[in-house]
Design a protein around this ligand. Sequence first.
Ligand SMILES: NC(=O)c1ccc[n+]([C@@H]2O[C@H](COP(=O)([O-])OP(=O)(O)OC[C@H]3O[C@@H](n4cnc5c(N)ncnc54)[C@H](OP(=O)(O)O)[C@@H]3O)[C@@H](O)[C@H]2O)c1
Length: 481
Amino acid sequence: MKNNALIIFGGTGDLAYRKLFPALYDLYIFDKLEKNFYIIGIGRRDYTNEDYRSIIKDWVKNFSRRAYDEEKFEKFCLSIFYYKLHFMELEEYKNLYNYFNEMNLSNNLIYYYAVSPEFFEHITDGLAKHSDILKESKIIVEKPFGKDLESAQRLNLIFKKYLDYKNIYYIDHYLGKEMLLNIMTIRFFNTMFNGVWNNEFIDNVQINVFESIGVETRGGYYDKSGAIADMLQNHIFQILSIVAMNEPDTFSSSDIKDAQIDIFKKLRKINSKDIDDYMVLGQYDGYTKEKNVNPNSKTETYVAMKIFIDNERWKDVPFYVRTGKKLHSREMSIIIQFKPTTHTSKMLAQNYGNGDLQQIAENNILEIKIQPEEGINLRFNIKKPGTSDDIDVANLNYCQSCDAQNSINSPWSYERLLEACMNSNRTLFSRWEQIELSWKYMNEVMDNYRKYSNKLYVYEQGSKGPAQAEKIIGKDGRKWI
Ligand SMILES: NC(=O)c1ccc[n+]([C@@H]2O[C@H](COP(=O)([O-])OP(=O)(O)OC[C@H]3O[C@@H](n4cnc5c(N)ncnc54)[C@H](OP(=O)(O)O)[C@@H]3O)[C@@H](O)[C@H]2O)c1
């Protein structure tokens, strides 16, 4: 019997050690790996299988979801192998295939490109040069997919040349996060939300992805991509399309993707001269002194944007998005701010200017917390207990991650996504069209930005980002939440 296998290019990298191997160990523990399944890590170092397994052991101990079990790990690690290869040496791929034969591997392989995008083309060419089994294999491609529209299109052409479209898995690990998967349930299985998920009731949507860390050891990679390619074009646009999509006809992978893609097609173009009202870029103080970062770098570590979707549901509802490094907190959340009720609007009109805002109800807010805490908070108005008619704000809070049982039962992103790929389930992976449309939109925005603004604001580490980002939302009479 032949052995199926996952081949990890970049098998000695941070992603493989910190995320992939702990996830694979968890899948093993939950009996989700086939019996004859091998994992082959590829890197440039001179490791034996034993060296490699003992390194992986330490990472699994620290990063797997389940408590480490020595006996189980010893069995699991028998399926792990190390192979040394330089990606750029195309002739070396012939030896790789010889090695696959020695390992009695089937043609049903999964290649994981856990490497910088500059290697995608070489690896694909190398694999295609010496065998045509690539057509039968799957590849998992890490983000960022390209650094702009042209580079993404070029990579796509190379993949299309050698691979069947259905076998390309563009991974966005945010799509495996529990609360992101929950958005569709919250929206489509609750009348109280589904009925009001439109411009009649929603005033604005805010998507925040804050990181408190800087580039750390990844300065070389980050300096070539920046916040737009690293976060906005992929993670944030995915989140936005899930929040905004119309109800799909069915919950099949293709209907969900179609609904998401409709949103990308409807992103409103930004009038070139108004670009400063729609986008602010920043760089944290000290970024240019980070290791492997160009001392004159103009790479953005922060981006804030206002985005409109030109369809019936979202006509004139702004989506404000923000992401950045070295900010005041680590947090990812989606905030749906509802419009005031007719009664509140009337009261606001009457009381406006007299300072007596005690009686004015606040807008309802639904906050979907994605990380670090996972859960939902719903803010609503109540009468303040007592003899006055004052209005107070109450919060209904559901913390999913506070429940230990939920944490144990809920697979982590990479675990969920690796399992989905093994089962050929594409729902949690991006489609090429999504990538292309989001790059098309961002390319145009960036062209305008370079031409009509090109500002890059330096912000203090640990702050909320450049003060200029306040203007985007402040001009509309709103505040970031
Ligand atoms: N780290 C994360 O959490 C994370 C999350 C999401 C996406 N990603 C993406 O995943 C990719 C990899 O990230 P990473 O953090 O794992 O990078 P990394 O730690 O720098 O690892 C790079 C890997 O590529 C190998 N490599 C580099 N050049 C090579 C060459 N010429 N020939 C053979 N092997 C070569 C390295 O092998 P040697 O070490 O043996 O030289 C190492 O295994 C990046 O595109 C990143 O954006 C990473």
